[in-house]
Design a binder for this molecule. Sequence first.
Ligand code: COA
Length: 188
Amino acid sequence: MNPPEVTPASSLIPRTVANSQSEMTELILPNDTNVLGNLLGGRLMHYIDMTGAMAAYRHARTYIVTAAMDHIDFIQPVHLGNLITLKSSVNRAFNTSMEVGVKVWAEDTQTGAQQHVASAFLVFVAINKEGRRVRVPEVIPETAEEQRHYADALLRREHRIAEATRRKQEKLAHAALEDAEAAEPPAQ
Ligand SMILES: CC(C)(COP(=O)(O)OP(=O)(O)OC[C@H]1O[C@@H](n2cnc3c(N)ncnc32)[C@H](O)[C@@H]1OP(=O)(O)O)[C@@H](O)C(=O)NCCC(=O)NCCS
């Protein structure tokens, strides 16, 4: 892990959640759907990634990459002809990474009825033009809901780090086992 590039202090002035709030609306057409006429999960993930990135750009004001899309709930199917609206904002910023929450609603164009259809959390990492990580400003949570998201984001980060450590140890143990098996003399 290389240390992040030093970011000028003027770029690290904390920003509110409202500063990063972003929104996107799409009309679901036949090319976006499966054989049952429902929105493809992969297409929805693309829209979620795009809307999440908009919030991350608005918060960090530098280049960003998606590091993880670690929690996504597909609650209801979205149908051909629906309008979907995605809303995103940065829940919390850490050193060079930010957790972004994205919520998706589907609207029936005939009745106007809206349904919450999906939610996701993504992590974006801020980088400079050369691809080196850069620090990001802190988030100021203002409302009670923003404060709850802010607190929960830290718990999710701890969970992510614990899970990454567990997977790394499992990989190392597996590699050690393979090495030991390879070193054993063949059975007579
Ligand atoms: C994401 C990436 C920049 C991380 O770089 P790295 O040097 O391996 O990461 P580090 O372990 O030093 O961690 C850097 C930060 O990223 C976070 N991070 C790294 N991997 C992560 C993951 N899988 N999930 C969540 N956060 C992650 C770390 O927690 C750390 O956050 P902090 O600076 O706020 O404390 C790098 O792995 C990468 O470029 N991945 C490819 C990204 C990409 O191509 N995305 C799709 C297209 S945009």
